[in-house]
Design a protein around this ligand. Structure first.
Ligand SMILES: Cc1cc2nc3c(=O)[nH]c(=O)nc-3n(C[C@H](O)[C@H](O)[C@H](O)COP(=O)(O)O)c2cc1C
Length: 213
């Protein structure tokens, strides 16, 4: 079985994206250490229309499986199968890489749309004996990001970061462990020199991380 990587991309800015530079460095490193890795790219920023909308019928299917008897009508079954197809991609992976810039202190909406589809009881987590258990155990994750401000521990705005802590929590909730992260920061707040240094450091760190996995 090849080492399979789910490459979840939430970067709308194409080649101009700083997050993509960190992403590409990570995959350069990974391909050097695992030339046979099977990498499956999911471009959420450009193909979000194909993700479940989580309208009334998606929620209905979710609740019937979680709280009901799991009896799905034709529409419900179709909706549930669409969710299952997305969580199957996670189960088939050895490593999940999520690349997304910070938007309004959190994650871009199309990444949240994907998370709302894949964080599902019975598919990626279960509630057993009063506790949650992630069903993606045995797989690790990497989060790659960039942001204009500085949210490193000790910085005045560290507590504004609802991006990395959230992604660590929600990926961990599904059982992914360990979760590595590389952030390019500050891309604006510290001026051009700090930005260049921050990006360079993140690129080097990401490539090294890729080689180590
Ligand atoms: C809609 C939007 C919201 C943003 N919100 C924040 C923010 O809350 N904090 C921050 O530091 N940067 C914020 N930024 C800046 C980006 O995080 C930053 O420029 C990042 O490097 C962009 O990544 P990219 O080059 O991969 O697109 C925001 C950018 C956009 C487009």
């Amino acid at each position: 079985m090849p080492f399979t990587v789910l490459d979840v991309q939430a970067m709308p800015r194409g080649e101009r994206s700083r997050t993509r530079k960190v992403h590409d460095a990570f995959f350069r490193g990974l391909k050097a250490s695992r030339p046979d890795a099977h990498i499956i790219a999911k471009d959420l920023a450009h193909h979000h229309d194909s993700l479940p909308a989580f309208d009334e019928w998606d929620v209905e299917a979710k609740f019937e499986v979680m709280y009901g008897e799991g009896k799905l009508d034709e529409v419900g079954a179709r909706r549930w199968n669409a969710l299952t197809a997305l969580t199957d991609e996670l189960h088939a992976a050895n490593l999940v890489v999520v690349s997304a810039p910070m938007w309004n202190f959190g994650i871009p909406w199309f990444l949240k749309r994907w998370l709302d589809a894949v964080v599902q009881g019975r598919l990626t987590f279960e509630y057993v004996n009063g506790g949650y258990q992630g069903l993606l155990k045995g797989r690790s994750a990497v989060v790659l990001t960039s942001r204009d401000g500085d949210y490193r521990p000790g910085s005045p705005f560290a507590s504004y970061d609802y991006h990395l802590p959230y992604l660590r929590m929600i990926l961990g909730f599904m059982g992914l462990d360990p979760i590595h992260a590389v952030a390019a920061e500050p891309m604006v707040a510290g001026g051009p020199e700090a930005a260049a240094r921050g990006l360079e450091t993140a690129i080097a760190e990401a490539e090294k991380l890729g080689r180590s996995l």
